[in-house]
Design a protein around this ligand. Structure first.
Ligand code: G4P
Length: 189
């Protein structure tokens, strides 16, 4: 997606440890026009996949996920990492380890928002080691539902995530694929 690549080149900042900072449009401040374009791009890719629900994990996945949901005309549900006051019983729960942040979080989704008939499109802002997407896929399986595909805004193709997801047979569509962040320079696949 050229618009997204352009934005990454203009505003992305490469940090140590192969991390790309994109807080001007995705991870902190959010560019709504760009999110709409991202939603349209995912909708086009997955329109024929029989998607009934979009799923992501808070917080940065929510913006692209909700715009995709709007385009496909289906609801969006996000996994919570913090315990909610009102979300108590009847939960699907999976532990997700973040290699980038070196912390484990427990992701929960209420059972009432996933049913066996659902075909779920998983959306996330970054694909690095794939743990977040795999955790979401495990929750979808717990519900007896099916993963229709995985849509990623920015994939770091030099890390292990894509391979792990393909190994499990998932369709992975990334709007920007980064081959390298070596020397502080962004190179696309
Ligand atoms: P995964 O997302 O593929 O599972 O990989 P990993 O466990 O390494 O990454 C976990 C968290 O780190 C995710 O955020 C992910 O978005 C973020 N992350 C990974 N690489 C980068 C990067 O290069 N740049 C930025 N900005 N973030 C990166 P999260 O824990 O879900 O938190 P949130 O930001 O969505 O709240």
């Amino acid at each position: 997606m050229e618009l997204l690549k352009h934005k990454i080149m203009q505003e992305g900042i490469v940090l140590d440890g192969g991390v790309l900072k994109v807080d001007t449009f995705l991870n902190h401040q959010v560019d709504a026009e760009l999110m709409l374009a991202i939603g349209k791009a995912f909708a086009e890719l997955f329109r024929e996949s029989g998607v009934t629900k979009i799923m992501t994990i808070e917080s940065s996945g929510i913006a692209p996920a909700v715009l995709t949901a709007l385009q496909l005309g289906v609801p969006m549900v996000f996994g919570r990492k913090r315990k909610s006051l009102t979300l108590r019983d009847d939960l699907y729960t999976e532990k997700v380890y973040s290699f980038t942040k070196q912390e484990e979080s427990e992701v929960t989704i209420s059972r009432k928002f996933l049913a066996p008939k659902d075909r779920v499109l998983i959306i996330d802002d970054f694909l690095a080691h794939g743990e977040a997407a795999l955790g979401m896929a495990r929750i979808v399986r717990q519900a007896g539902a099916e993963v229709a595909g995985i849509g990623i805004v920015i994939e770091k193709s030099f890390q292990t995530g894509r391979g792990k997801l393909l190994e499990q047979g998932f369709r992975v569509e990334s709007l920007a694929r980064i081959a390298s962040l070596e020397g502080g320079k962004v190179e696309f696949v």
